[in-house]
Design a protein around this ligand. Sequence first.
Ligand SMILES: [Zn+2]
Ligand SMILES: [Zn+2]
Length: 332
Amino acid sequence: MTSDQPDRRDVPPRMVHDPLTGRPVFVAPQRGGKPDDRALRPPVGGADDPLGWCPFCAGNESATPPDHARVPVDASLPWRARIVPNAFPIVVEPGGRAHAAAGIHDVVIESPRHDRSILDVAPEAWRDVWMVCQARLAAISAREGIAWATVFKNSGPGAGASLEHVHSQIVGLDIVPPAIRAELEAVRQDHALFARLIASARAGGRVIAERGGLVALVPPAPRQPYETWIVAETAGPHFHGAASEAVHAVADLTRDLAGRLDRVSPGCHYNWWLHQAPFRLADDDAAARGWHWHVEVLPRLSEFAGFEIGTGCHITTISAEESAHRLRAVAS
Ligand SMILES: [Zn+2]
Ligand SMILES: [Zn+2]
């Protein structure tokens, strides 16, 4: 493809790099046609019944591509969660079209009902969601040409969600993104980085909850009030290798934190994402030994604006200590 070709919706997404910083940018013109709830909802009549327009509600399975995975596996039973290919992907399957950005882009539909918050999903069903995500990430980790993958959530329009029906996304890439390369390098420089992160949170009263070998803590330099990380207590590079006890604990803790956030800042929009190591780390790579997979939960209480985008620095109006104090004070 040449740069003077006009953007067309039928051309596959591609990746370009900023020459000054090396920052990757995915050029995905077809995402411009991505519907949001406003576009899907009928202007008059029937808007109150999401079954009439929401592609994620049970009964509307034909509105999405066929699923990669579902809970329960038995297709004769009603599903409680489904993972389907994203109809507007930022990457296309490896080995597909030439010059395309290669990877996997899925949507995780987290409830058969039109629930708008994960707090509306029953705790047991919410554990199933994380279990099916782990299974899908394990399958992706074995794929040729995929270097790294994550699951992430945009909850609320202020966090980038265009559809209100509870869902998250899985992305697998053929590159290791800059945020992960930076964390890897920090662990290579200091093998005890994660152990100290946990120890200092315990000593400083910044632990919000602990469960199943995971610690939910406010990091020392949160980008927003109430930013919280769920960190595996012992070293382990990959979420897909974690015991089911830990996966259940991630489910319980994300639910716990979403509830606390809603109490300290009702209706707060937020993102979370899984940070794990690249799939194929050399055995002698020190980062592999010292890395702890973790989930970062970032409330979106203020916009990222010129200072944040232009400098890479952040401003928070509530300190880590005060954030932790307030989060600990609200019952989960
Ligand atoms: Zn729905
Ligand atoms: Zn991280």
